[in-house]
Each structure stands twice: as structure tokens, then as C-alpha cells.
Design a protein around this ligand. Structure first.
Ligand SMILES: *Cc1c(COP(=O)(O)O)cnc(C)c1O
Length: 425
């Protein structure tokens, strides 16, 4: 290919069209929602101990369907996966001051759920190739106060769940999974998200399947499932009549899912495999275009795993590429590239952690007797994750768009143009 003038230097753009927004909602969802609206019964939950404590018929139908598809004994739907994470952490009986080891390379809600129960997030570093929490780093962060590990299947690739379950077994910890980005994927023929003690999926509008807002908690443990049903729905008002004797974390919320969302969720679940397949197809074609570009590392899929490509993650090999990511991103965007993302600001570097100020003004829970030791969030505790966000990660928001084959070809052209003329940037 002859060198063409880069768009950032006044040349012609490689990508000339806007990427179409990914939209998973069709007539099936429209009809399902309409039927619920016509019925007038938009929610049936009652926050006391009677049959409707478990929600309306669509919610229950959706939950039974989730149990089948995610291969778990219990699914408990909630009004967002953020609520779901809070529900899951509470349901395992966490105590204030308990430490939960979590990845910094995730959406903030993963770690916030820990603080919600006045437990203490401890950040472990990640693997540079899958971007998931590194079991070796988890081990190094275990203390006598550690109670759980929170693992995310980031970007759509399963974390090393077997290694984490083994550590959990050895140290008597609970594993909480956050599979928001990896529905419909597998780890050695097991459904990703079904192996942790408790976990779940997001139904937020950015995800493969959505109900606008919503979440699904899953577990094989009957007690955890029951606790989640209670926390979702005003636990404190229900436990007495229900005869529920264990009062740990029986402070309840209204995290209930409505019937419209559940009806939409049922239709979305039916299409989930097809949606995930289409993300995988796009990723395969992008890989075809970008695989020979020196210095650009493309996503890996570990043997036995499948990838949902919520993100199409890429990193710059600093040994080969001496130009800053910012310059490369600017040049690609000038070529018309859309949906580029420099990854997660590491959660421990957010102001709340840097200032150790979550509840009120006195530094609670860190600066209080419930926090049993000094936990550090200093820059440098997670070098792999920090470097990715600072300088080497540059992913494509694959789940945001439905791109055409022509557009994928033009992405290839844009990358080849820019990466063959890096010295000019
Ligand atoms: C989207 C997401 C969440 C939050 O889910 P919501 O349904 O938006 O509350 C949590 N964790 C990860 C990894 C996510 O991608």
C-alpha cells in the first residue's frame, strides 16, 4: 500500500461514514412491553411476606429463564447490576471492616458495592493479556481480614475463575463475580459467571442484552439466593413474618425489577446468543484487518474460553512504539475512527479513594475503628493496570456499534495508514 497523507496532516479520511449505533431492541420487545402496559400491572412486588413478595409473573418467568440459560439454581433480578452487586455483597454476610479484594480495572460500581456495606476494598493488579484480576496478586493481598474476592470478566473474557476458586477454598473466602460484560460466554464449557459463589449480569443499555436498566444476580446457594430476595425487597419488614432467623445484613432496599423490564428481558435473552455471535464476528473481522500491524497487540482468547467482545481491547507495545497513545488516538480519530477508549481510570485512583472519604466528612469507613488496618490506595499498587490506563491501552467500544464490512475494511486502512507513519506524528 502506498503511503497516503494522514488526515491529521490534511489528507483524506480513511473512514468516511458514521458507525451505526448498536440497537438490540426490536418488535418482539415492543410487543412484550405493550402487552404488559395493556394489562395495567407494571409491577406486582409487595414488600411483605406474601406470595407477591417474589414479584410479578413476568419477573418470575424471566428469573426461571435466566436460571436455565446461565445454568444456575437461582436467579434474582434487580433494577440494575449496581444494585445487584450491592445485593450480592450483603447476601454473603459481609461484616463492616471485612476486606474484599477487587480489580481496579473495572467500572466503579464493582468496588462501591463493597463500601456500601462498610467493608474495605483492597485492590489487586490485573493480567496484562486478559485485563482480569491476577490470582497471584490476589494471593499477595490476602490478610487475616480478607473475606471475599470480587472478580470481573472484563471486556467479555472470563477471569481465571478456577485459580480464584482454588484460592478461595484455601483461605475460606467467597468469590463474587461481575459478569456484566460477558453474558453468553463460556469457560471450559461452563457458563461464565456461573462458577463464582454469587455473581450476575447487567441489563443496562450499554450491554449486549438490555432492559434499559436492570440486573440479574445468580447463585447456586439457597441461602445466598434467599438473602438476595430479602435485600432486594425491604428485608427488615419481611424477616419477622417469614421467620427468617439470620438477621445479618437484613437491611433492605427497593431494588425490584418492573414487569415491563422483565418482559423485555425475556425477549432479549432469547436473542442473546445471536447478539454475542455478531460481536464475535465483528471482532474476528477487525482482527483480520489489524493482525499484521507491528506494535499493536490484539485481544487474546485463552484456550477453553470464548469472548463476548463487549470491548475489542488493544494495547500498544512500548518496546516497538515510541509515539504517545494520545498522538496515535488523535491521528486515528482524524482518519474517522470512532469508539476509541483509553480504558478504565483505575478505581483506586478516583478521588474518593485517594482522599479516603466515602461517608460523611470524617473519612468513614477507613478512618474509624471498623477499619482494622491501614489500607493503601497509593499510585503504584497496581502497576499493570495503571500503565494500561496511563499510556498503552486503546480499545474499541465494540458493543456500541453495528459496523459494516466496508467500515471494518476502512478501519484497517486507517490503522495501516497511521501505524506506518508514526514518526510523522
Ligand atoms: C455495566 C457494569 C456494571 C454496572 O451495571 P449497571 O447495570 O449499569 O448498574 C458493573 N460492572 C461492570 C463490569 C459493568 O460493565
Amino acid at each position: 500500500m502506498s503511503l497516503e497523507k494522514l488526515a491529521i496532516h490534511g489528507g483524506e479520511k480513511a473512514i468516511k461514514t458514521e458507525f451505526k449505533k448498536y440497537n438490540s431492541i426490536g418488535d418482539e420487545e415492543l410487543n412484550a412491553a405493550t402487552d404488559v402496559i395493556k394489562s395495567g400491572s407494571l409491577s406486582k412486588f409487595v414488600g411483605c411476606w406474601e406470595p407477591d413478595f417474589y414479584g410479578g409473573s413476568k419477573v418470575q418467568e424471566f428469573e426461571r429463564m435466566c436460571e436455565k440459560i446461565f445454568n444456575v439454581n437461582y436467579a434474582v433480578t434487580v433494577n440494575s447490576w449496581t444494585s445487584g452487586l450491592v445485593t450480592a455483597v450483603g447476601a454473603i454476610g459481609i461484616e463492616p471492616g471485612d476486606e474484599i479484594i477487587v480489580t481496579p480495572w473495572t467500572m466503579c460500581a464493582t468496588a462501591t458495592a463493597i463500601l456500601h456495606w462498610n467493608a474495605i476494598p483492597v485492590f489487586a493488579d490485573i493480567e496484562p493479556d486478559t485485563f482480569n484480576i491476577d490470582p497471584e496478586s490476589v494471593k499477595k493481598n490476602i490478610t487475616q481480614y480478607t473475606r471475599a474476592i470480587m472478580a470481573v470478566d472484563i471486556f467479555g473474557h472470563s477471569c481465571d475463575i478456577d485459580a480464584l476458586m482454588k484460592i478461595a477454598d484455601e483461605y475460606n473466602l467467597t468469590v463474587i463475580g461481575d459478569t456484566a460484560q460477558a453474558p453468553g460466554t463460556f469457560n471450559n464449557s461452563r457458563v461464565t459467571g456461573s462458577i463464582a459463589h454469587v455473581g450476575g449480569y447487567s441489563l443496562n443499555r450499554h450491554k449486549h442484552i438490555q432492559t434499559g436498566e436492570g440486573g440479574i444476580c445468580v447463585t447456586n446457594d439457597k441461602n445466598i439466593a434467599e438473602n438476595m430476595q430479602l435485600i432486594r425487597n425491604h428485608a427488615e419488614a419481611v424477616v419477622g413474618d417469614k421467620g427468617h432467623e439470620n438477621l445479618i445484613n437484613m437491611i433492605g432496599h427497593n431494588f425490584r425489577m418492573g414487569e415491563i423490564e422483565a418482559a423485555i428481558g425475556i425477549e432479549q435473552l432469547k436473542k442473546m446468543d445471536q447478539f454475542v455471535l455478531s460481536r464475535q464476528e465483528t471482532a474476528r473481522k477487525i482482527t483480520d484487518q489489524l493482525k499484521n500491524i507491528s506494535g499493536l497487540k490484539l485481544p487474546i482468547v485463552k484456550s477453553g474460553c470464548t469472548h463476548s467482545y463487549y470491548m475489542y481491547p488493544m494495547t500498544l507495545d512500548k518496546n516497538i512504539i515510541k509515539v504517545s497513545r494520545e498522538k496515535i488516538q488523535n491521528a486515528l480519530e482524524a482518519e474517522g475512527m470512532q469508539g476509541l477508549d483509553p480504558g478504565y481510570i483505575n478505581v483506586h485512583l478516583l478521588p474518593m479513594y485517594q482522599n479516603k472519604m466515602a461517608y460523611g466528612s470524617s473519612g468513614f469507613p477507613w478512618n474509624s475503628e471498623i477499619c482494622k488496618r491501614e489500607v493503601t490506595y497509593k499510585k503504584g499498587i497496581c502497576p499493570v493496570a495503571e500503565e494500561l490506563h496511563e499510556s498503552t491501552y486503546l480499545g474499541f467500544n465494540n458493543c456500541d456499534f453495528d459496523i459494516t464490512d466496508d467500515q471494518i475494511d476502512s478501519i484497517g486502512l486507517a490503522y495501516r495508514k497511521v501505524f506506518s507513519q508514526l514518526e510523522s506524528l
